[in-house]
Design a protein around this ligand. Structure first.
Ligand code: MN
Length: 497
């Protein structure tokens, strides 16, 4: 434990003042939890300490780290709100109270399916409301969950499965939506064996050999690729192989009928390069030596994923092997691992407070906080709007479809991208372009071929809407559309018609 505390206090972004406050928060939390034990038999304080350390590692600000140390004190100890506020200010208190409110909703075991679904809905609802208020509350909750997943073996058996499934169904998707790829992968891999033990064992058994082969092969070609790049005066900052997380592998295996030999990114090669230009240059060099699979070149630098992820991906033939290669800058890499936490920039009177490399600022008590930049912010704003516009039941439906599902980019014939949830139809697309176009839809073409109106759009589809002279939305459309925007417009049309 002393080790973890030492590591926490060594956070390179800490000022002396931050260090002092953090240590004070540790001591107050330790005293408050004194005598309490974890299921493992350890002193309770190891849990909030580990939570704070996670928050520190992903780059959160001092306020959030301190709140992480105190996150269980209001609910489980005699420490008062006033004591927290007097010692650490109202922002810390706000966050601890936010986490405490979330903690009260526990999705309990012995329920039938309907009730379990209700509980899940409640958990989600509270999480999303908290998120709209201050996303840091949810990030603390994610770190809290990660810590709990790491010690799940000590939790009574009867609870393990429920906690693991809740992690897979709620917390991991939220981490993904916030672009926190590293945290998401960790949560899923920790939960997978408890939630689906049989499937987990199956994956391990059927992929071990593939993993080993791929890895060995990649280690062999790294020096060759390095040489090709060096010949063109490109020096990568890092080249490493990254192993696909077991749970996402499992889902992919199911989608592809369980053939691990077909998962090209089982082990991928990741090349970190100094600049965006050198990423494109390196891609070109690699393609000179290894033929790419045409449909698998992806430019997420020019077109980031909805959660802000950026990289170039290509899958190439390498002496009979098929290898996925990912190219990105250190900034993109940091963002891919930590998502929204990587963009935690606060300003004080309009000026960026901390010019540190990853744009992580400190939140001073009483400062004007502004979260700047990035796609995630866009997402939080939409979330807020959605909360304001819909009643509870409808809101939850929307949330599940629009925020937790994967999203795709499709294009107008002029190449303008539209972002839609997976499973969207040409009707959803038409309404995303313009209400009048939605209303006038009579048919659709994808890549120049006629498709039915309930066609499920795919990533990269170019969609052209065939318009009728008169608007023609119908009840039947309501059964096929996915987005709340389209549904709202269709209902409105049918009402006023
Ligand atoms: Mn906790």
């Amino acid at each position: 434990m002393q080790e973890t505390l030492k590591k926490l206090l060594e956070n390179p972004r800490f000022s002396d003042q931050d260090k002092k406050l953090t240590e004070k928060a540790f001591l107050i939390s330790e005293r408050a939890h004194h005598g309490q034990k974890r299921f493992s038999g350890e002193d309770y304080i190891v849990h909030p300490l580990a939570t704070a350390q996670t928050l520190s590692e992903i780059g959160m600000d001092t306020t959030t780290i301190i709140a992480g140390l105190l996150h269980d004190t209001l609910e489980d100890t005699s420490l008062s709100a006033k004591e927290i506020k007097d010692n650490f200010g109202s922002d810390v208190l706000f966050l601890v109270e936010g986490v405490t409110k979330l903690g009260k909703i526990k999705y309990r075991g012995k329920t039938n399916i309907g009730q379990a679904a209700d509980r899940q809905t409640m958990t989600l609802r509270k999480l999303f409301f908290a998120m709209a208020e201050d996303i840091r509350v949810v990030i603390i909750k994610l770190a809290d969950r990660l810590t709990n997943m790491k010690t799940l073996e000590h939790v009574p058996l009867s609870k393990q499965k429920r906690i693991a499934r809740e992690t897979l169904e709620i917390y991991a998707p939220i981490a993904e939506r916030l672009g926190m790829g590293h945290l998401k992968g960790e949560l899923e891999d920790l939960a997978f064996p408890y939630a689906y033990p049989r499937e987990y064992n199956w994956v391990i058994k059927h992929t071990r050999i593939h993993y080993a082969n791929r890895r060995a092969y990649l280690e062999k070609i790294i020096p060759i690729i390095k040489k090709h790049l060096a010949d063109n005066s490109i020096t990568p900052i890092d080249i490493h192989s990254r192993i696909k997380h077991y749970y996402s592998l499992y889902r992919k295996l199911i989608a592809l009928n369980r053939d691990a030999g077909k998962i090209y990114d089982l082990v991928a090669l990741r090349i970190i390069l100094p600049t965006t230009a050198s990423c494109y240059e390196a891609l070109g060099i690699i393609h000179q030596f290894y033929k790419p699979l045409p449909s698998r070149i992806k430019d997420y630098i020019a077109m980031p994923r909805p959660n802000g992820y950026q990289s170039l991906h290509t899958t190439v033939f390498c002496e009979g092997n098929i290898v996925e290669i990912q190219l990105r800058t250190p900034e993109m890499h940091h963002h891919a691992e930590n998502g929204i936490a990587a963009h935690w920039i606060y300003t004080e009177s309009g000026k960026i407070k901390d010019g540190s490399r990853w744009g992580l600022g400190k939140l001073l008590p009483g400062s004007q906080k502004t979260l700047m930049n990035t796609k995630e912010v866009d997402w939080v704003l939409r979330l807020r709007k959605s909360i304001e516009e819909h009643d509870d039941k409808q809101f939850m439906e929307n949330i599940k479809i629009e925020f937790l599902k994967n999203r795709i980019f499709v294009f107008t014939p002029k190449g303008e991208p539209k972002e839609l949830p997976e499973g969207s139809t040409p009707i959803d697309f038409a309404y995303a372009v313009h209400t009048d176009i939605g209303n006038a839809t009579s048919g659709a073409m994808v890549h120049g071929k006629i498709v039915p109106l309930d066609y499920k759009l795919k990533q990269g589809d170019v969609v052209e809407i065939i318009k009728a002279k008169k608007p023609r939305p119908s009840q039947a459309w309501l059964r096929v559309v996915k987005t709340s925007e389209a549904r709202k417009r269709i209902k409105h049309f049918l009402k006023v018609k």
